[in-house]
Design a protein around this ligand. Structure first.
Ligand SMILES: [Fe+2]
Ligand SMILES: [Fe+2]
Length: 344
């Protein structure tokens, strides 16, 4: 029995020595591999936690490599800290807890991109060669209703604004940005309800709404509405949003036709605006910076250039909405015809 105990003890000693020799040879390499695979924060932990034995058994070259790695890691940590500080500096007013920050974006000439509301890849050069005189002849009963409604809406607008085209444009754009959002929202909900694609029409209509909103953001740089005009905008939005929402639910083909005719009126209003600029009644001031970047205008662009590209946008909206109405008039749904995405 004593022999058995002594043999087990001696075998245990021999095994522990052979383990030590493995650790000192190939085992050292395994350790380094493990350390390399560990995350930076845990990489060197085993050395601290009783790792002395490992270190003593390692070859000198492995120890040097580890020291160099440690220096690199510390340098890496400093770089990460510096980057974090830079992010915090960029978002000084925003908590960095969620780690959301905007990378530095530059223009083609290397200057910093100043806008958060749109990105360089969302900008475009307006196609000003579009036919501005195109008109949809109202033939059906619904077409005539749409045409008359728009002509009726023009009467109070003409009376209120007369030839104050700056204020008129601000008012017009607060209304013009509503239909695309309502139509896009309702098509979005329909897509969810019916498990169907929209054929790109959700995106196309939301693009139109955003484009109209950019018209407003541009015009507001040039014209400051008075308090009663702001009150009028709030009232008109409350009425128009709800009316258009109900109209789109009941008859999208009539709703798109109404917007098509509204856009025709917008082209007319901007043509009159340009006439007043040409005649010197409205000063041809330098274009706002937002307009220069959004429409990729030359740096010396002026108000006339801005109104020209806005008018071209309105002509595109006219085409999109008459096209959408025509699809419905043919008894089809919008998703059956590919949406004119990116049509500006
Ligand atoms: Fe517009
Ligand atoms: Fe428009």
């Amino acid at each position: 029995m004593n022999r058995i105990v002594i043999r087990s003890f001696v075998r245990g000693l021999v095994n522990s020595r052979s383990f030590g020799s493995i650790a000192g040879g190939s085992g050292g390499g395994m350790k380094v591999t493990f350390a390399a695979a560990a995350s930076p924060s845990t990489r060197y932990q085993p050395l601290a936690d009783g790792g002395f034995q490992w270190r003593r058994l390692m070859s000198s070259s492995t120890a040097v490599a580890e020291e160099q790695g440690k220096v690199k890691l510390e340098q890496g940590n400093k770089d990460v800290e510096n980057q974090e500080k830079e992010k915090e500096k960029d978002n000084a007013l925003v908590s960095s807890y969620w780690g959301i920050y905007r990378p530095k974006i530059t223009r083609e000439d290397g200057s910093e991109w100043p806008w958060n509301c749109f990105m360089p890849w969302e900008t475009y050069r307006a196609d000003v060669s579009i036919d501005l005189g195109k008109h949809h002849e109202p033939k059906t009963f619904l077409d005539k209703v749409a045409y008359r409604v728009v002509k009726l809406l023009r009467i109070p607008t003409d009376i209120f604004f007369q030839r104050r085209y700056g204020c008129r444009a601000v008012m017009l754009e607060t209304v013009a940005a509503v239909p695309g959002m309502v139509g896009g929202m309702l098509l979005h909900l329909k897509s969810l309800r019916r498990f169907q694609h929209s054929g790109g029409w959700i995106k196309a209509l939301l693009e139109e709404a955003e484009n109209e909103r950019m018209h407003l953001m541009t015009m507001i740089e040039l014209v400051q509405p008075k308090w009663y005009e702001r009150m009028l905008v709030i009232t008109v939005q409350g009425v128009f949003f709800n009316a258009f929402f109900v109209l789109y639910l009941m008859s999208p083909k009539l709703a798109h036709r109404v917007v098509g005719y509204l856009e025709e009126e917008a082209i007319h209003s901007y043509t009159e605006y340009l006439k007043d600029i040409d005649e010197g009644k409205i000063e041809n001031v330098p274009a706002p910076a937002i307009a220069i970047d959004y429409w990729r205008l030359p740096k010396d662009a002026r108000l006339k250039d801005v109104i020209t590209v806005i008018r071209a946008d309105e002509a595109h909206h006219r085409d999109v909405n008459h096209f959408a109405s025509d699809i419905h008039f043919q008894g089809k749904e919008l998703r059956e015809s590919a949406a004119p995405l990116g049509y500006h």
